[in-house]
Design a protein around this ligand. Sequence first.
Ligand SMILES: Nc1ncnc2c1ncn2[C@@H]1O[C@H](COP(=O)(O)OP(=O)(O)OP(=O)(O)O)[C@@H](O)[C@H]1O
Ligand SMILES: [Mg+2]
Length: 356
Amino acid sequence: MTTTAVTESSTETPLVHVEGLVKHYPMRAKKRLGGRREPGADAQVVHALDGIDLQVRQGESVALIGESGCGKSTVAKVLVGLVRPTGGRVRVGGHDVVPVTTHDPAARRRVQLVSQNPWSALNRARSVKHILSQPIVLHGRASGKEAVAQRAAELLEMVGLPPEYLSRRPRDLSGGELQRVTVARALAAEPDVLILDEPTASLDVSVKATLVNLLSDLRAELGLTYVLITHELDIARHLADRVAVMYLGEIVESGSAEQVFGDPEHPYTRALLAAAPTELVIGRLHGDGLTGEVPSAIDVPTGCRFHTRCPMVAPACTTETPALQRRPDDRVVACLRIEELVGDNAPGTTTGRNLT
Ligand SMILES: Nc1ncnc2c1ncn2[C@@H]1O[C@H](COP(=O)(O)OP(=O)(O)OP(=O)(O)O)[C@@H](O)[C@H]1O
Ligand SMILES: [Mg+2]
């Protein structure tokens, strides 16, 4: 898909600037009996990301939403350097982090990841003090035993845990406490940007709200910038200023949280929101809005990738690839039929347009 800039028309330099990000995972074909691989099968790739543009300004919180497998975690992994993309560029604070031109630990330090599963993210054999001290030392945020220990205690306090927890091990902590330690560990690097990849997915309902409030407070106190990935739209509503909706490796709509949640325009966004109206858990609830399975990321549909499931599909959608277009209210949408669909007499449009 040809994309245009995905944020509002601000002239301010974005803190995180992603341009044309592509990630194709190579497929290794299964061996047939006799040890030979299917001819040509190795040439297949998984289209995890196909030209993602994203700009995140200092202090902003942007949510990436979409069904399972659309590429959200791949964006997160590229941003923190865990996955090397096939193409595209990522700049943080004006420094290139992708492609890696020079070894610049400062640019890397500025972006930290909090992932879904604290049990696998933290070293179970080590104390919380050790877990927090490692990044403090690695990123040169303090030196000397006492200063490092003091900083570790400060980090715990920031996430609402008492200093006694320094001597505990992951197995002594509850899920919510563990996720707080994961957040503290990310903060140890003193980052500007936190990538939150389903930070509450492993937590009980009662604990989720506490973590969301903590993340919200930390952002305000520390002036942090968030890229939030979540299946739970309530959480995106709480934490995000802007929302980018992904489908099969592409962004199909992006705008303010008010625009996207209050008045979705792309047929996919509408279907996604209709599929789970309240505590939306995308991809786990199925309603009238979204039918059928997501097509294979190996053999992506021609034209608009959503055309196989789109209730508004027209013949052109099967062959023409829609580019992201800026709408009058400054959001961007990639749909060939957008003018017709959101016009006054559009078929099947929502009645709740309230942002014009
Ligand atoms: N290491 C890998 N090798 C091959 N394919 C991969 C690899 N990692 C991810 N993929 C594929 O890339 C696509 C995007 O995956 P990704 O994990 O980014 O999706 P996601 O939106 O985070 O999904 P979920 O909501 O389930 O976490 C999927 O088709 C996935 O199967
Ligand atoms: Mg994921």
